[in-house]
Design a protein around this ligand. Structure first.
Ligand code: MN
Length: 469
């Protein structure tokens, strides 16, 4: 965790932003696998609780009483039985000191605090819960049914948390840099292990092991697949085949739970075919183009569409698309190839603050999401960039047979698409290249001192030099 002053400062700023009432941050509990005491490991704390209290133990709740300017850490000290099985952990008193809370109270006091606040008609702020045990806890404390809790969550608190967590502090950027170092090891491991005859699952498992060895865990379930056209394809027991592409989308969390998120696509044989090289080069150009366009004040939705226009133009050179680029992108024709957004916020969550809803995180009053157009409705981040934001830059080109069939049958965007030519790519798979971008005062830069190879020549050279035989 960071120093005590960090958490005191953050909570004081939050008090100013929320202004009145009682804020409750629920920490996560252990999540059982097959028995209450057999938890999924590693334990993952709630990110907003971490942001304001920094403590990694399960069974904690942070209360910020704005009206009385009191920060209370709630939880029970562990008993001798726990110490026998799990070893000694810090006392509640020690943890309160670490995060700078004014006092600690046992968990049963939370109900008293809530009852008192309800009785005096004070506003109780909580974030939308995403775990079922927390939903039951909120039901017990506040009498709000789980189906009503998302609606009753505090918009004032959501806005304040998004405002604060969106802009990364220098010490957070250092953590993200550490995550990038682990991410580099994960992806170069995948490049070393990718060769014909190995299963996807083997490579994926080795990549996960790197995250577990050097950090807390993976930042999301690793995607490693020859079916890159399946956007979130899990590693299967299928063996890698020469001539195909393998797509690896993976990231790590540091011990302090800051994330990396990168994607590389590599030829199983170690060399790109001409057709693979042509498509890959387009994705590479799109990926690099983001760095030229993204800067403070620019909407990320506009960066997305700038990239889409470039992609469409380049696909035209290959005879896959046709017609006026501007009109094609407005019609959403590019979404046949890239049905997702260019990127998302990243921080302690890989899709940062996703539990607070993308409409609150990636959009604002000025920049509203387009919920109706296929592809564009998948944008996670649209609003104007600010210094300190961290977003991913992850263009991709996919040939999704079912989508090609559907669009062709409906003649959707037929004025802009050469379906006959596109059909010949149905066995292609998909390519994505992803890096994490920090918005700086003047522009932006990639996070990570060392780039994971991504220029085609660099990927081939790395694989030739380092591949396991
Ligand atoms: Mn991503």
């Amino acid at each position: 965790m960071f120093d005590t002053a960090t958490y005191v400062r953050r909570r004081n700023e939050l008090k100013k932003l929320v202004n009145e009432g009682v804020v409750i941050f629920f920490g996560n509990n252990e999540s059982p696998v097959n028995f209450p005491n057999n938890g999924y490991y590693p334990f993952r704390q709630d990110s907003s609780f971490l942001y304001y209290f920094g403590l990694q133990r399960d069974g904690l709740v942070g209360v910020i009483d704005i009206d009385n300017n009191r920060d209370i850490l709630i939880g029970n000290d562990i008993d001798i039985e726990d110490i026998v099985w799990y070893g000694s952990v810090q006392s509640m008193h020690d943890m309160a000191q670490q995060c700078g809370a004014d006092e600690t109270l046992p968990m049963k006091h939370l109900k008293l605090i809530c009852n008192e606040a309800l009785r005096t008609h004070r506003k109780i702020h909580f974030l939308p819960p995403y775990r079922h045990d927390i939903k039951i806890q909120i039901f017990d404390l506040l009498g709000i049914h789980p189906t009503q809790q998302k609606e009753d969550a505090s918009m004032d608190l959501i806005r304040a948390v998004v405002k604060m967590r969106s802009v990364k502090e220098p010490q957070e950027i250092e953590e993200l840099e550490r995550a990038a170092v682990i991410g580099y090891e994960m992806h170069t491991t995948a490049m070393r292990l990718t060769r014909p005859g190995v299963t996807e699952k083997f490579v994926g498992g080795q990549v996960d092991g790197i995250a577990n060895s050097y950090g807390a865990m993976v930042s999301f379930p690793t995607i490693y697949t020859q079916h890159g056209e399946i956007l979130h394809g899990n590693p299967s027991m299928n063996k890698l085949e020469a001539g195909r592409l393998a797509l690896c989308d993976a990231g790590a969390e540091t011990i302090n739970n800051y994330c990396s998120d990168n994607t590389r696509t590599m030829p199983v044989s170690g060399k790109f075919s001409q057709r693979q090289f042509e498509i890959y080069s387009i994705v590479e150009a799109c990926h690099d183009y983001t760095l030229e366009v993204a800067k403070p004040g620019v909407r990320y939705a506009d960066v997305h569409f700038a990239v889409c226009r470039l992609m469409f133009d380049r696909l035209k050179e290959l005879g896959l698309t046709k017609g006026d680029t501007e009109a094609a992108v407005q019609a959403g024709a590019h979404a046949l190839f890239m049905p997702h957004g260019l990127g998302h916020m990243m921080g302690m969550d890989v899709h940062d603050m996703e539990n607070l809803d993308q409409i609150n995180v990636g959009f604002d009053e000025e920049t509203r999401p387009n919920l109706t157009q296929f592809g564009t409705n998948n944008l996670r981040m649209g609003r104007r960039l600010e210094e300190g934001f961290v977003v991913t830059d992850e263009p991709g080109i996919y040939f999704i047979p079912a989508l090609i069939d559907e669009w062709k049958a409906k003649q959707h965007c037929a004025a802009f698409l050469n379906f006959d030519k596109i059909e010949s790519y149905k066995d292609f798979g998909g390519i994505r290249i992803e890096d994490d971008v920090l918005i700086t005062l003047q522009g932006c830069r990639f996070i990570g001192a060392q780039r994971i190879p991504y220029h085609p020549k660099d990927v081939e050279e790395f694989m030739a030099a380092h591949r396991a035989e």
